[in-house]
Design a protein around this ligand. Structure first.
Ligand code: GLC
Length: 545
């Protein structure tokens, strides 16, 4: 397999993805909710930051039962976010600035308010009945099988009028569509085409692995005990092994078809791209989503770093095992946070978040970061009466609510942090730490997290070793350090991170004086001796050899 070069690498391989949650990025019309025009206004900031790809969470017509992940029209914009003209302005502005635009696509379920579902539920013989998953009740009148909804309770709801149950892997307002029906499949691909023609550069497929289920609808096995890595405690949902309710191998046919569509819309200058949200922690199963001929998703998101403790050995183990798992010719990636997970600062603290950013931006593989990561936004405590996320409300007490990581972007220290005009009630409260954690104040501070992120992004862009270069872990460092080498041609870079709360002197190589390119503390330049590099608590360092 030919190694990548800056000439052969695609934008989604060398680029850095930045996730924007449209409700929370910039409110341009003073209704307290972010919108597409707001995002367009802020694009120059993203260029200055140094990211390459903007991924937008859903902005489609939606009753917002799951804040847009319940789509009522796949080919229109919800009025709260703007309209198609605003979307076109956003695409044009992004492309004009050299940014790529990836949009969320929700293939597993629509809203129960989608016209397709309204028709489907109208009668048993409606032509769209089979576009969703309908089953007769069990002999006792209960649900057809024991499948559970991720968001609590059974995955089936009885439709009184027609006397059958419909499947919903998430809320009952999010009925699962039936990908085994050719017309539904064509309609979904048609919706993708609609956005490709409007100029999007790619898609992020929501719960991409859920779309194919066991055709026999067998009961899921009962889980005797939680074994191995537990991503998060999901309450009663964890009482079953979700063997039959998702990820049936037929899923791969769908992604081959999706890939063929993307390929049809690709030209050498403008390759289109697909990344899938795949919560699969068995690397062999995970890697299948690239396709046997690298003909499915360009990347299944790699979530292995989420939900893990701050531990050098665990981080290294993940990176090494990922490097081994990625099939020949396929490209790795890392996700450090998103709209479903606690903020990085909340997980690892401020210094840990800086070190995590340094690791993310120096590994081999496309990095994905979440809005606000670059300034070190943390979770916001949401008073119970303001809680909105259906997951947290339906399955309380386990910390599953996702409002804390979805609060408005902190642009400055004004009352609504520059997200919305003063006096407006924002859809979720602005974090009180906006006085210090905000873009404006960090922009001028050479030691800020923002300055660190910008430095790392600019190094990654300048140095092929950091983006497409080879990765080799270094064994010479103590157990609570993670160090690795990145090389491309004669370019060689060393990265070392001290995970410990105390200073450590680490041996990276034989004595040689080399230049520090970046330290997470942003207070250190000049030379170090590779034989003995001192690293302060949680300090990470990038060295040119
Ligand atoms: C994905 C999304 C999440 C959403 C769920 C249902 O996990 O990331 O936000 O609630 O799918 O669509």
């Amino acid at each position: 397999m030919q190694a990548l070069t800056p000439q052969t690498a695609q934008w989604w391989q060398t680029g850095v993805i930045y996730q924007v949650y449209p409700r929370s990025f910039q409110d341009s019309n003073g209704d307290g909710v972010g919108d597409l025009d707001g995002i367009t206004q802020r694009l120059p900031y993203l260029v200055e930051l140094g990211i390459d790809v903007v991924w937008l969470s859903p902005f489609y017509t939606s009753p917002m039962a799951d804040f847009g992940y319940d789509v009522a029209d796949y080919t229109d914009v919800d009025p709260i976010f703007g309209d198609l003209a605003a979307f076109d302005r956003l695409v044009a502005a992004a492309h004009g600035l050299g940014l790529k635009l990836v949009v969320d696509f929700v293939p597993n379920h629509s809203s129960d308010q989608h016209a397709w579902f309204k028709e489907s539920r109208a009668s048993r013989d409606n032509p769209k009945r089979d576009w969703y998953v309908w089953r007769d009740p069990a002999p006792n009148g209960g649900p057809p099988n024991n499948w559970l909804s991720v968001f609590g309770g059974p995955a089936w709801t009885l439709d009184e009028t027609t006397g059958q149950y419909y499947l919903h892997s998430f809320l009952k307002e999010q009925p699962d569509v039936n990908w085994r029906n050719p017309e539904l499949r064509a309609a979904m691909l048609g919706a993708m085409q609609f956005w490709l023609e409007r100029g999007v550069d790619g898609f992020r497929f929501d719960v991409a692995h859920y779309i194919m289920k066991d055709p026999d609808f067998r009961d899921n096995p009962v889980r005797e005990r939680m074994e191995g890595f537990v991503f998060k405690d999901m309450g009663d949902y964890d009482s079953l092994v979700h063997l039959y309710s998702k990820a049936h191998p037929d899923v791969h046919d769908v992604y081959r078809e999706v890939r063929a569509l993307l390929d049809r819309y690709s030209t050498p200058d403008n390759p289109r791209f697909a990344v899938g949200e795949i919560h699969e922690f068995d690397w062999a199963l995970w890697a299948k989503y690239y396709g046997e001929q690298n003909d499915e998703l360009h990347m299944p998101f790699n979530f292995a770093l989420l939900g893990r403790p701050w531990h050098a050995g665990i981080f290294r183990g993940i990176v090494d095992s990922l490097e081994a798992a990625v099939p020949p010719g396929a490209w790795p990636n890392y996700v450090i946070s998103n709209h479903d997970e606690h903020r990085v600062v909340t997980r690892y603290g401020y210094d840990g978040a800086r070190a995590a950013m340094l690791i993310l931006l120096t590994l081999r593989g496309t990095p994905t970061m979440y809005y606000g990561d670059e300034i070190g936004m943390q979770n916001t405590e949401i008073p119970p009466e303001l809680e909105q996320d259906p997951w947290g409300l339906r399955v309380p007490g386990l910390g599953l609510g996702r409002d804390p990581e979805r609060t408005p972007m902190q642009w400055d220290d004004s009352p609504n942090a520059g997200f919305a005009p003063e006096g407006v009630t924002t859809w979720l409260p602005v974090n009180a730490d906006k006085t210090t954690i905000n873009v404006a104040s960090q922009m001028d501070d050479p030691r800020s997290m923002l300055s660190l992120t910008r430095r790392l992004l600019s190094l990654r862009r300048k140095m092929p070793a950091l983006s497409i270069g080879d990765y080799r872990p270094l064994d010479s460092v103590p157990a609570d350090c993670f160090a690795f080498e990145r090389t491309f041609g004669d370019q060689r870079v060393l990265v070392a991170v001290n995970f410990a709360e105390h200073e450590q002197i680490v041996h990276l190589a034989d004595a040689a004086t080399c230049e520090v390119l970046a330290s997470t503390m942003m207070d250190r330049e000049g030379q170090v001796d590779l034989d003995a590099v001192s690293l302060r608590p949680f300090e990470g360092i990038v060295i040119q050899v």
